[in-house]
Design a protein around this ligand. Structure first.
Ligand code: CTP
Ligand code: MG
Length: 548
């Protein structure tokens, strides 16, 4: 038995046991036209949500009733979520009905005001003290909201097993996307972390705004991805108007991030392991947020990066397949080692995503950026710092329907075509440009050239070495071969995307266990000694000699 969930672009047919999903893409014209909302509307809604939310540390998830009852005394609760951080500590995210409600709750909070070395600041991160005596305990009354769970990353073994059980490669790609994409609670938390900084910085600056950008908001983020934040001046046109004759005397300094770093280190609860990288092209302060369980990068006045996130988000809105495909390609690149967790002479996720979008432009699924620029009106004009022109159409409802989604290929076909396209791409002579939506002549001899869509004189992959570019060419060929070999329909344990997203070392290990040990069962414990954190295939092979 199955249920049909119809979205604007496709039908998801989910079996009730939920182990896998089947879906069929509908032709755009046979579907109800999608009503697009703008990125600014999504951001405004998320910011408003954060402005009426708190994160409360509690003893356990069973503290819910008491916390609910206590908070209901001060304000009306709209929504409530629960999560655990990596240290196993429990937190409740409570969204109140209004910002005023939140203000009332914050007014009722106490601080460590008896400790001389703690000066309290208002922040949305709180903890719920155990009640003094039974009489102070509160029970929830009236209508209760269910607690929604989770910021945890899906268990890898369960995920791979579910992917193995899918019927088609397209189902596998869709499942990977659904199980690993950032969920609602993770996005909420990211905006609350931004709001926490904003509250603290607002006590120093007149008009400051902290905005999440990058994969946290561009629609291509996976659970657990880093949080990119930008500290921006939020002066409105009215405030900057020449008719206002009294003007603040202001201190100019290019070193605002130094102060931000110090503030974070000294005043912001939850911040740990802060480092400053101030001599980079885009200086950043990196830190861990222990309560939210996030790694954050904060930069200063970089609104072009926010508009870049907006652009990526818009292209993902135009074609839902772009997101699922990009998530898979990012996983594949990490598994093959084409991308690494630390920076270096290799690809990163952002240029890789541009490669996916460029390919989709070539297949008629997405318009070129030039097209979005030519459709832009006065209301779309945005000029970022250093005069970077970030003008392009914001209201996608104005885009002619024949400029996107002109192709019914399923995800499996698109994935195969993606690898085939890049295995034939002339990296030596051509650059990738999502502005043009077609390959252009390379302006220099750097091994990989991907035009920065908003600053076209820049190459977003200028760090990539010749060797890494060669490896990219080799890996796309391998991936295309692998997918071709799956066409016979036989399901081995690296069937479909499993052969693309499992790390090579663990794939080797699996094969070894299958081939070398068919006549005898060996416990995994026998193979791993206590100090083997990440055993190599060679290590396991030598241990297996004892058993085979
Ligand atoms: N960015 C940019 N130009 C670059 C690199 C990055 O404009 N040369 C912007 C993009 O908007 C990008 C964001 O900065 O999305 C954050 O960069 P990064 O963290 O490297 O990429 P993410 O897209 O956030 O991916 P990840 O999940 O790997 O963090
Ligand atoms: Mg990022």
């Amino acid at each position: 038995m199955s249920v049909l969930l119809q979205t604007s672009k496709c039908i998801f047919r989910k079996p009730f046991n939920n182990t896998f999903c089947k879906y069929v893409f509908l032709r755009k014209n046979s579907d109800v036209p999608k009503k697009f909302i703008t990125f600014d509307e999504v951001v405004a809604q998320r910011r408003a949500e954060a402005m009426r939310s708190v994160v409360v540390q509690v003893n356990s998830d069973s503290s819910f009733n008491e916390l609910y009852g206590y908070c209901s005394k001060y304000a009306s609760i709209k929504d409530i979520h629960h999560y655990k951080n990596s240290g196993g500590e429990h937190f409740m995210v409570i969204e109140f009905a209004s910002e005023d409600n939140l203000k009332d709750v914050l007014k009722s909070c106490s601080s460590h005001n008896k400790d001389h070395d703690v000066i309290s600041v208002q922040s949305p991160f709180l903890w719920f003290r155990a009640a003094v005596g039974n009489k102070e305990k509160f029970a929830a009354t009236g209508k209760k909201l269910a607690v929604k769970n989770g910021t945890e990353i899906c268990n890898e073994d369960v995920l791979l097993e579910d992917i193995l059980n899918c019927e088609t490669v397209s189902d596998q790609i869709q499942l990977l996307y659904e199980k690993t994409t950032l969920n609602d609670l993770s996005i909420r938390l990211r905006y609350i972390v931004a709001r926490q900084l904003e509250m603290i910085f607002n006590s120093l600056y007149t008009n400051v705004k902290i905005q999440p950008f990058g994969s946290s908001v561009n629609g291509f983020g996976r659970m657990g991805c880093d949080l990119d934040l930008v500290l921006m001046n939020s002066i409105t046109e009215e405030m900057g108007a020449a008719s206002r004759r009294l003007v603040f005397q202001e201190k100019r300094s290019a070193r605002q991030l130094e102060l931000a770093g110090a503030l974070l280190e000294l005043r912001v609860a939850g911040v740990a392991r802060l480092t400053r990288i101030l001599n980079a092209r885009v200086p950043i302060v990196k830190y861990a947020h222990e309560y939210a369980g996030l790694h954050c990068d904060l930069c200063y006045n970089n609104s072009a990066a926010v508009h870049m996130s907006e652009l990526l988000w818009q292209l993902g809105e135009l074609c839902a397949r772009a997101r699922a495909l990009a998530v898979l390609v990012r996983r594949w690149a990490a598994a093959t080692g084409l991308t690494q967790p630390h920076p270096g002479r290799w690809l990163t996720n952002f240029p890789l995503t541009l490669m996916v979008l460029f390919f989709l432009q070539r297949t008629g699924l997405l318009p070129s950026l030039n097209r979005l620029v030519s459709e832009a009106g006065k209301e779309d004009i945005r000029i970022a710092e250093e005069n970077v022109n970030c003008t392009f159409l914001r209201d996608l409802n104005k885009l002619p329907a024949d400029s996107y989604e002109q192709n019914d290929d399923d995800l499996q076909t698109l994935l195969f075509k993606f690898f085939e396209f890049y295995s034939q791409f002339d990296f030596q002579e051509k650059a990738i440009s999502i502005n043009e939506g077609k390959p252009i002549r390379k302006p220099n001899s750097l091994p990989l050239y991907i035009v920065n869509p908003l600053e076209q004189s820049l190459n977003v992959s200028r760090n990539v070495s010749y060797e890494e570019c060669e490896r990219l060419r080799l890996e796309v060929r391998n991936a295309a071969w692998h997918l071709e070999s799956c066409l016979d329909g036989k399901k081995s344990d690296d069937w479909g995307i499993l052969g693309l997203i499992e790390k090579k070392s663990s794939r080797g290990l699996k094969k070894l266990l299958r081939v070398g040990n068919s006549h005898r069962l060996v416990s995994m414990k026998d193979l791993f000694s206590d100090n083997d954190n990440e055993p190599s295939v060679e290590g396991i092979r030598s241990k297996m000699q004892k058993f085979v």
